[in-house]
Design a binder for this molecule. Structure first.
Ligand code: 4FV
Length: 262
C-alpha cells in the first residue's frame, strides 16, 4: 500500500511513519508512505499556500494552485489512487470504511490547514471526503494519520499475528471484551477465573458474553447494525429472563406498566 500525503507539515507525518507498526510495516515493504510538501509548489519569495477568504470573515483559505501542482506530483507517484480530502464535511470514518480503503494499492490523502481549501480544487481533484468526527481540528494531518493507521493494521503481515485484526472491536459490530494480563491479582482484584483455565471454549464464551454486554450497555446502536447470531440471541434472551425474574422478585412485583415505572 502506497500512501501519498499532501501537507505543509511533512515532519508531522514523518514522525508518525517512523514509529511503531507504521515503521515496521514500512521496513517490511507492506506500506510505502511519502509526503508531498504543498509549500514546495507555492509561488513567490514567501511561498504562500493560503490567502484571505473572498466574502471576508476570519481565517485563511488554502490556495488552489499550489495544491493542484502538488496533486500532479502525487498522481504521478500513485496514478490509481483515490484522492481523499480529510474534512469535517466528509463521510464519517469507520472500521468498514477502513476495510474498504485497505482494498486499494495506493491512497492519496490531502491534509488541509487554516479554515479549509478553495472549493474549486476540491471539485476538480477530490474523489472522497472523510471526517474522523464532528469536531474541528487545526489541520488534516491527524485525521490522515488515523486513516493510515486503521488501514495499515488491516494489511496482511502488518500486525504480525494475522488473526488479531480479525478480532477487532467493530469487526462484527461489537465493542471489544475486557483484556487482562499479569499480575493475576491487582489492587485486590483478581482476573476473571475462566481466563486462567486454559479452557478455550469457555474463554471464548466469556469473551463473547463480555463483548455483548458491553455493547448492549454502551453502544446498543451497534447491535442493530447486523442481525444477531443464535448465540447472542440466546444470551440476550437469558438476560431478559433474568431481568424479568429480578423485576418480578421486587416487593411490589416491580414497577409494572400500571405504575408508569416500566
Ligand atoms: C477534520 C475532521 C478537521 C478543518 C479545518 C482542518 C480541519 C482545518 N478533518 N475530520 N474533523 N479538519 O477538523 O477530518 O483545515
Amino acid at each position: 500500500m502506497k500512501f501519498v500525503a499532501l501537507t505543509i507539515f511533512p515532519e508531522l507525518l514523518q514522525a508518525f511513519w517512523d514509529n511503531g507498526i507504521m515503521r515496521r510495516a514500512t521496513a517490511d515493504g507492506i506500506i510505502s508512505p511519502e509526503a508531498v510538501n504543498i509549500r514546495d509548489f507555492a509561488e513567490g519569495r514567501h511561498k504562500v499556500t493560503d490567502d484571505r477568504p473572498y466574502g471576508g470573515g476570519c481565517g485563511m483559505v488554502m490556495k488552489p494552485e499550489p495544491l493542484a501542482a502538488a496533486m500532479k506530483v502525487a498522481k504521478a507517484s500513485a496514478p490509481e489512487a483515490p484522492t481523499i480530502l480529510l474534512s469535517p464535511q466528509g463521510e464519517r470514518f469507520s472500521q468498514t470504511a477502513a476495510e474498504k480503503l485497505a482494498g486499494h494499492k495506493e491512497l492519496i490523502l490531502i491534509c488541509g490547514r487554516y479554515e479549509g481549501i478553495d472549493e474549486r480544487f476540491t471539485e476538480r481533484f477530490v474523489d472522497l471526503e472523510i471526517s474522523v468526527g464532528d469536531f474541528v481540528l487545526t489541520g488534516g494531518e491527524l485525521p490522515a494519520m488515523v486513516v493510515m493507521d486503521a488501514v495499515t493494521r488491516l494489511l496482511p503481515g502488518a500486525l504480525g499475528n494475522e488473526d488479531s485484526a480479525g478480532q477487532d472491536s467493530f469487526e462484527n459490530h461489537r465493542l471489544d471484551c475486557g483484556h487482562y494480563t499479569r499480575p493475576p491479582v491487582y489492587e485486590g482484584e483478581a482476573v476473571p477465573e475462566v481466563l486462567l483455565t486454559g479452557h478455550h471454549e469457555a474463554i471464548a464464551r466469556w469473551r463473547r458474553t463480555d463483548a455483548l454486554m458491553r455493547t448492549l450497555v454502551r453502544r446498543p446502536d451497534l447491535l442493530r447494525q447486523k442481525p444477531l447470531d443464535k448465540e447472542d440471541t440466546a444470551l440476550l434472551k437469558e438476560w431478559r429472563r433474568e431481568i424479568e425474574r429480578l423485576l418480578r422478585s421486587q416487593p411490589d412485583g416491580g414497577p409494572g406498566p400500571s405504575s408508569g415505572g416500566g
